[in-house]
Write a protein that binds this ligand. Structure first.
Ligand SMILES: [Zn+2]
Length: 157
């Protein structure tokens, strides 16, 4: 078993990134950003609720103030008469940048980690709250790889 430290160091290695890349190649099927964005505009769609949910927006209760919109003193847990810095009147903006069609296997694991995932029509879609980097670098994806106890990254390349 590796310690947390060595695990973290492994994340920096090309072998680790290649291994997580293999997982991504296998479980992430195709980008569907345009398709899902278009479909989400159709309020008549039988999947309208699911499509809205994985498209983000101001919709989640702020975890810092539990949706009250007010600052809480971290020491006394007493609510102050000041606005919470983490949100807009108790709601946080959930920004979704991309949609990806993924395998049911990956959908389950992303869902367990609080990611936005939905089954629409007959496939699973992930609303990715990250962009501008390879999927294999997303911390949630690395976490899924680590949880598999996989050792691909230890193989000789
Ligand atoms: Zn808040």
């Amino acid at each position: 078993m590796e310690t947390t430290n060595s695990q973290h160091e492994l994340e920096m290695t090309p072998a680790y990134q290649r291994a997580v890349g293999k997982l991504v190649d296998r479980e992430v099927i195709h980008c569907a950003s345009g398709l899902i964005t278009d479909a989400a505009r159709n309020e008549q769609s039988e999947y309208s609720d699911e499509l809205q949910r994985i498209s983000g927006g101001y919709e989640q209760q702020c975890p810092e103030c539990n949706g009250t919109g007010l600052e809480t003193d971290p020491d006394t847990q007493v609510q102050k008469d000041e606005p919470c810095n983490e949100c807009d009147e108790g709601e946080v903006l959930v920004e979704v940048f991309e949609h990806w069609i993924i395998s049911p296997w990956l959908a389950q694991r992303l869902c367990e980690r609080g990611e936005l995932v939905a089954k629409v029509w007959d496939f699973w879609v992930w609303g990715r709250q990250c962009t501008g980097q390879a999927i294999l670098l997303d911390s949630v994806v690395c976490d899924i790889y680590n949880a598999m106890g996989a050792t691909w990254h230890l193989e000789k390349s």
